[in-house]
Ligand binder design. Sequence first.
Ligand code: CA
Length: 240
Amino acid sequence: MSQKILVIEDEPTLSRLLSYNLSQEGYEVKVVENGADGLQEAVDGEYQLIVLDIMLPGMNGLEVLTKLRQKQIRTPVIILTARNAEDEVVQGLKHGADDYMTKPFGVAELLARVAAVLRRSQGEAVVDHQSESEEKVIALGELSIYPDKYEVVLHGDSIPLRPKEFEVLLYLVQRPGVVVTRDDLMNMVWGFDYIGGQRTVDVHVSSLRKKLEMNQETVQIDSIRGVGYKLVIKKNGRPA
Ligand code: CA
């Protein structure tokens, strides 16, 4: 059964982006655009996690969170706070938020936080030490990627990647053979309202290629002119 996530967010661009990407990850997603309806939905529906914006019309996110916890509803909550609003973070955590993201953020990071919060909350209920100690790894021949540690190992050596380079690689590796647009990478890694231009994406991809000795045996990142990139997994030097 798929896990249900409630997104309470009034900015349609962001809520659509979150809804789309969470659904792609296999979650069932419901979006609500204001605090009062969000609170009602959180009380009535059986959600495994809530993504809650703080700046909402009417009842704000902190009030929603406070009321939820007063009603003894313990659903994990990740709050979305404005830039330079440390007070919102402090208040949110004090009122029972499990984690927070500061806008603008990359969707990839939010997806990672969602997975981590879900693992944590369900780990508490199940107490499964086996799966907790198991390390997540994506292995492609001589290349191993550890999503939880932001670590990449090639031919036994750890490769120093910048966090954004790591996130770009992880996103591409999870979609082998699929053309990923620069826009997708911008949204996923840098954030939906990042003002930096697509050149940033190109710079990171070219640096990744260098660091990973790409176009060798394991993987290569093809440029798709005017569109974006495609990661190709290779076997014996040829596309698998
Ligand atoms: Ca808002």
